[in-house]
Ligand binder design. Structure first.
Ligand code: ARG
Length: 559
């Protein structure tokens, strides 16, 4: 709730206490129609129910005890006993004028996101994780958390043993390989591994050499990591992602902790030997066949897998990073994995009740055929190609504009379009990657919101004054716009709680829609109350800019 609406809420519950000796949450909501005022509560209906009194009578007594003269017009009772509240316009104006920042919470959130894999191209799934993760980080920081980004890069495991052994056999200098070369090397080594037992044995020994820190083996591995990270960084730069190399804490970082993980689980009696592997069986986790599902902590060949690394990561994030919340932005297919990992980490005491772990899952990106997005040959679509295509489309869109920095604007619009499309529907849904729809200037799109912002910027430049205050809010549309503006922080808080960025998109889209009605009905530069309306426009521009910024989307001044 905005500051003013939370004050109203507590006044309502005070009134309920005074009149009936019962304290309930008024569940204050925005009014559903302008004629109902600004806010609405069904408190009297709930009280009436509890006290077996007619709700309208309860509403009358509630309103009599309600002290809101300093904030509202006279409260109204409507329908079966709703109480409708309308802010005094000077109060509403003041709420628009003074926006205050959230206070620091003194709490840390670790956000695990992006997580591409070494020696492989980033694909659209990694795009989603990166875009959603950036937005989630921005929102959490805005509401006062201290945010620690962790890019849990897939850089560990048996495949590196295979690849390094293949490299040696072909006498290839790892310095000469780019990401594509690495990917091809991976495929060759895989085939070799599957068809040649002697090679497979060597590859296994090579994994041991890697895990125990043999210098030459580590150097080859490091080269593969460096080549891949450099490539990822190019994608991040193009995307305007906040991720840097300092945020990379890959699977390999937990190597030394893995034996400790096993030892502690063993001590707690949580491990069972099963077909040579060390597994944890958790109550309630069974497969389709009714067989208990294991978390495989150590594989039968002694190697550690994805689960062991994730357990070590949780332990580190709680014990060393002191996280209150750990957030994993990973596609929905890993829901069961995280469910089991969190449960096991709780059982082992690594994840205490004072820290929450949340899987922020997301759906699949689909191609035009409605199937998971792939190239015609069935390979993964290169992310950079997609991003360049979006920028080209945006550039074409801007062809007839003059007086703008076309190249920079095309990047802002093209990349913004992709991000907004990804963020604007419920993240659990799949969506079709459709560039035409994404770059459209109308509808619930990134460019539409960017345009609303640019248009406001142009208007404010024309107006010439920027520092005035909102003083008059007479027109109903003016009031609606103002009221929406005061709800921004509330929406951002909701996103921080639910980690659902689409709620912010929906809000911004509504704001832009109300803004366009405002333009039609309330002339700004030549109308009455010029300076107040200019200030209202400036506040709207600021909220659009902040909102887009939280989504990781640029807001160019002209387009
Ligand atoms: N690298 C994995 C993948 O590409 C995702 C890692 C997710 N994060 C984690 N802590 N498990 O599928």
């Amino acid at each position: 709730m905005s500051a003013v609406s939370s004050v109203l809420a507590s006044r309502l519950s005070d009134a309920s206490t005074t009149a009936f000796g019962i304290t309930l949450d008024p569940e204050l909501r925005s009014a559903t129609k302008p004629e109902f005022g600004h806010y609405q509560t069904n408190l009297a209906l709930r009280l009436g129910n509890q006290l077996s009194l007619p709700p309208r009578e309860v509403a009358a007594r509630l309103v009599a005890a309600l002290k809101v003269d300093d904030l509202c017009e006279t409260p109204a009772i409507a329908g079966p006993g709703f109480v409708n509240l309308t802010l005094r316009s000077d109060v509403l104006a003041a709420a628009v004028n003074d926006r205050t920042a959230f206070a620091p919470r003194g709490e840390r959130v670790v956000v695990d996101y992006s997580q591409p894999n070494v020696a492989k191209q980033m694909h659209v799934g990694h795009l989603r994780s990166t875009v959603i993760g950036d937005a989630v980080c921005n929102v959490l920081r805005y509401v006062g958390y201290e945010v620690i980004r962790q890019n849990h890069v897939g850089d560990w495991g048996t495949q590196y043993g295979m690849m390094i052994e293949q490299l040696l056999e072909e006498d290839l200098d790892p310095e000469t390989l780019d990401l594509q070369g690495l990917q091809a090397l991976y495929e060759r080594s895989r085939r070799h591994f599957d068809s040649d037992g002697d090679f497979a044995d060597l590859a296994r020994l090579r994994v041991v050499a890697l895990q125990t820190g043999d210098p030459a083996t580590r150097a080859s591995w490091q080269r593969m990591v460096d080549v891949s990270l450099a490539d990822f960084e190019q994608v991040y730069a193009r995307l305007g992602s906040a991720l840097t190399r300092a945020d990379v804490v890959g699977e390999s970082a937990y190597n030394d902790d893995l034996p400790v993980i096993v030892a502690e689980l063993e001590q707690d009696g949580l491990l069972t030997e099963s077909e040579g592997a060390s597994c944890a069986f958790l109550p309630g986790f069974v497969g389709r066949d009714g067989e208990p599902l294991p978390v495989i902590v150590r594989k039968s060949d002694g190697g550690f897998g994805y689960s062991a690394t994730d357990l070590a990561a949780i332990r580190h994030r709680v014990k060393t990073l002191h996280a209150k919340r750990i957030v994993y932005v990973v596609d929905h297919r890993q829901a069961l994995h995280f469910d089991m990992i969190f449960t096991l980490a709780q059982a082992a005491g690594w994840l205490p009740p004072t820290t929450t772990a949340e899987h922020v899952s997301f759906g699949t990106v689909l191609g035009p055929d409605g199937k998971p997005f792939k190239t015609r040959a069935g390979g993964t679509v290169k992310l950079t190609t997609l991003l360049e295509e979006a920028v080209e489309r945006a550039d074409a869109l801007l062809a007839d504009r003059t007086g703008i920095d076309r190249a920079a604007t095309a990047v802002a619009v093209g990349i913004g379009a992709i991000k907004y499309a990804d963020l604007s529907s419920d993240r659990d849904n799949d969506y079709v990657f459709d560039l035409d729809r994404m770059v459209a200037m109308s509808g619930n799109t990134g460019p539409y919101l960017q345009y609303a912002h640019a248009r406001l910027t142009r208007l404010l430049t024309k107006a010439g004054e920027t520092s005035g205050l909102v003083t008059v809010l007479e027109h109903p549309v003016e009031q609606r716009l103002a009221l929406l503006l005061t709800g921004f922080d509330d929406v951002v808080l909701q996103v921080a709680e639910t980690l659902q960025p689409h709620r912010l998109c929906t809000y911004l889209y509504e704001l832009a829609a109300v803004l366009s009605v405002f333009y039609e009905q309330c002339p700004v530069l030549r109308g009455e109350n010029r300076s107040s309306r200019i200030a209202l426009c400036a506040a709207t521009r600021q909220v659009l800019q902040d909102g887009l910024g939280l989504l990781g989307i640029a807001a160019p001044d002209a387009m």
